[in-house]
Design a binder for this molecule. Structure first.
Ligand code: PEP
Length: 255
């Protein structure tokens, strides 16, 4: 049975104290309100990570993730943070290939393949983001774009390593725009992704892969999105900055 996950991406928001306060609210609400097997993952800026890992001890339904990691093990890369460093403070997940990293920092599928390898070699679980732009959807090349992102970014992995990934489908046109993909649009792509995974590996690997939807997901639209057969949770930006909204999205999977 694949995991149901709701991951929050705080992006470059919240100073240190604000981040700790939000995380404390989230852990308390999760303790009181979550009755299923779903997992919350909070992906904060680097400065919060060590403290959040400490605060998460004893809350097994809340994990901590980073939003990026460098592809090299170590070295002269001023300003960067390595996967090994993240692991050393107890971080469990790392978002790789977010469209903002692809768009503003020039991250290519080739680079992301290296980042994925390094993250896995350091025992981190990548949340690997893929998704098309509006122009690509309107030109009807979105299936090919997503297939290429999979082939070039993660399909070099063997099945055992691929099984450690979470995939996040995030249509770029839906991120931070308030425009959500319809549940049919999202399901169509999620089913396509799962079919591609089955073709590359096998049906068991495909069935076991958690595939998240991201893009203006909120407590109102999450129930319909998460009811789709191939949508296993969400990667949440804006709504993850409000504890009530984030936990309400997580509650959709309550037993
Ligand atoms: C994201 O940044 O991954 C995201 C999905 O953002 P938002 O929920 O704000 O659209």
């Amino acid at each position: 049975m694949r995991k149901k996950i709701v991951a929050g991406n705080w992006k470059m928001n919240l100073d240190y104290n604000e981040g700790l306060a939000l995380f404390s609210e989230i852990t308390n609400m999760v303790k009181d309100e979550i009755t299923g097997k779903q997992q919350a993952v909070v992906c904060s800026p680097f400065i919060h990570l060590h403290s959040l890992v400490q605060m998460a001890k004893g809350y097994d339904k809340v994990s901590v993730g980073a939003q990026n990691a460098h592809q090299a093990e170590s070295g002269a890369y001023t300003g960067e943070v390595s996967a090994k460093m993240l692991k050393s403070v107890g971080v469990e997940y790392v978002i790789l290939g977010h469209s903002e990293r692809r768009q503003y920092f020039g991250e290519t599928n080739e680079l992301l393949a290296k980042k994925t390898d390094t993250a896995l070699a350091n025992d981190l679980k990548p949340i690997f983001c893929i998704g098309e732009t509006l122009q690509e959807r309107e030109s009807n090349v979105h299936f090919q774009v997503i297939k290429d992102q999979l082939i070039e970014g993660v399909f070099h992995l063997d099945a055992a390593n691929f099984a450690k990934l979470v995939i996040a489908y995030e249509p770029v046109w839906a991120i931070g725009t308030g425009v959500t993909a319809s549940s049919d649009q999202a399901q169509e792509i999620h089913a396509f992704i799962r079919k591609e995974i089955a073709a590359k590996y096998n049906q068991q690997v495909a069935d076991d892969t958690t595939i998240l939807y991201g893009g203006s997901c909120n407590p109102k639209n999450a129930p319909e999105l998460f009811a789709q057969a191939d949508i296993d949770g969400g990667l949440i930006g804006g709504a993850s900055l409000k504890s009530r909204d984030f936990v309400d999205i997580l509650r959709v999977f309550n037993a």
